[in-house]
Design a protein around this ligand. Sequence first.
Ligand SMILES: *Cc1c(COP(=O)(O)O)cnc(C)c1O
Ligand SMILES: [Zn+2]
Length: 401
Amino acid sequence: MYRLVCVSCGADYAPDAILYRCSRCGHLLAVDYDLDTIAVSRADWNARPLSLWRYRELLPVAGAPVTLQEGGTPLYHLTRIGEDLGLPRLYAKHEGMNPSGSFKDRGMTVGVSMALQLGMTSVACASTGNTSASLAAYAAKAGIPAVVLLPAGKVALGKVAQALMHGAKVIAIRGNFDRALEMVQDLCESHGLYLLNSINPYRLEGQKTIGFEAIDQLGDVPDRMVLPVGNAGNISAVHKGLIELLRLGFIDRLPMMTGIQAAGSRPVVDAIEQGLAELVPARDPETVATAIRIGAPVNAEKALTAIRSTGGTAAAVTDEEILAMQRDLARKEGIGVEPASAASVAGVKKLVEAGVIDRDESIVCVVTGHLLKDPETVIRQCEPPIEIDADVQSLLSALSL
Ligand SMILES: *Cc1c(COP(=O)(O)O)cnc(C)c1O
Ligand SMILES: [Zn+2]
């Protein structure tokens, strides 16, 4: 049993309302479960395979979900990077191992399932790339049409390729993500498409399971969870889920929620550093980490609460620091991620060097998307292949042997 509740004024709405914002005050809505009616134990959960659907009692989907088998992603111990940084308990949860290659699949399996449950027949989103790739795939699985709005020229190649191949109607607008989001909200309101950006309360329900899985895999609550922050939905979602576990008595403390942004797009970091109650949008966000190139994060209010109430923090990393950590993850740990994902680990490096993070903390970084999402940024950073004539002598001399 659940209701939709305004995160600001507490007004509540029936679960079948097609509503993304409080009609009283305009703030976002969250799914609020009657936890007393939830009869499940951790032993029940542990008996099921590691997957988003292990936690179905804390998800709003009633019937059979639209699923591509999301979740159950690996939690890697970062031994070499951890040693470099003096952090023996540094881990990365590789969300790039989801069906379409990012954590957005957790949101979309729930979001698209709910679209059908609510009787909606088409879906839409604005996207920096991964949301569109994921929505396109889940809409295909559901057999319904999807419309995706992208900022023209600012979406990594792999993500556009996915949205196109899965058959979404792909519209590139001459404007940034923040503008695309305004436009798609208008479209959904006027033409009855179901909106699956992270203002959709159901999408975040799926995403909160990252935290559940991380705790189950670690066998303990990490001292800190570190996430890259764009629209700030994911960090808010993980925090919400962990509060539910706390209220159920399944855990006894919360990790310090820590958000990392790019130096060219850091409104949440500014709000934390300056102690602002509300965020000042970044007008022209710019970063190589296009997945977090967002100036006006719609979930900022919840993210600020998540960070402040858990004693966490926020930090910004430069594009150079992001790309250097993308290479370190790839070359020292064998983990291939896209730039935005490397921001979380780059942020840990920065915070440990600044003395903000203690070396004995256990830390789970969420690395959000797969290396192959953004091949162009990879190619720009790496030496090209060495092309040779097809003979052994050329091969040996290319290898300096
Ligand atoms: C969407 C996305 C983010 C940002 O998540 P938010 O919920 O918007 O803060 C970070 N990394 C990747 C790879 C993403 O696709
Ligand atoms: Zn309200």
